[in-house]
Design a protein. Sequence first.
Length: 156
Amino acid sequence: MSTSTFEQAIRTLEIRKEKQIAAPVEIVFETLLEHLGPYNETGPGSPLPMKLEPWPGGRWYRDLGNGAGHFWGHVQVIKPPTLLEICGPTCMSYPAISHIQYRLRAEDATTVLSLCHRAIGQISDEHRDTMPGGWAHELSKIREAAERRAGKGRAS
């Protein structure tokens, strides 16, 4: 019997982003759920429709049909309209686990949307390099859609 062993470093990842949005917190939360679900994108013009079951233990996944798909996580905490936490591998198809937290805070007529994504595992260089830009893109799309929905659309 032949075996091969090698060591791959366990790495951590922490991404923090914040976006001020000219819309009520309820609208921003609803828009967040849509953009984690059917309106998800990997980048500008690159749709990645997902499904999010917005309840404790609900799944976040990409349904490819015919029983195929990609599991990204479970809803760990949901307290509409101020908190959503998801834990799971996200887009990482290797030994890794993520915790993603969205906090929403009403400030006068605006909402502050804060994202914290922490991960540990055999995180690839590609994911470490591209995830910050992907999260920035997602938050911008959420801001644009929520402000449009609130009738206060402003230029990006």
